[in-house]
Design a protein around this ligand. Structure first.
Ligand SMILES: [Zn+2]
Length: 92
């Protein structure tokens, strides 16, 4: 599958571990996902977003592609430490 990049599969696996029923489309909810207010001054027009992986870090080897960066944003991951310098990633 062309969308199964490491970052996306890590997010899917983690969300599935936190709330197994949500990914199956069930009405039953047994996880810890909650709605949280957006920070003051946030450009996001929606006043509340699901907590998702807020507070989590995602460690990556190099710079993520645009699809993965979007997935990281929508998963609400706090930090993405890079295993290499951005300049070294660009050289490849
Ligand atoms: Zn990617």
């Amino acid at each position: 599958m062309p969308i199964y990049h490491a970052e996306v599969t890590a997010i899917i696996d983690t969300c599935f571990g936190i709330n197994r029923m949500a990914l199956l489309g069930s009405e039953v909810y047994a996880g810890n996902l909650t709605m949280i207010p957006r920070p003051e001054g946030s450009p996001d027009p929606v006043p509340e977003r699901a907590k998702m992986l807020k507070g989590c870090d995602l460690y990556v080897n190099g710079a993520s592609c645009p699809m993965c960066m979007s997935a990281i944003y929508w998963a609400r991951i706090n930090r993405v430490p890079l295993g290499t310098r951005l300049e070294d990633t660009i050289k490849q």
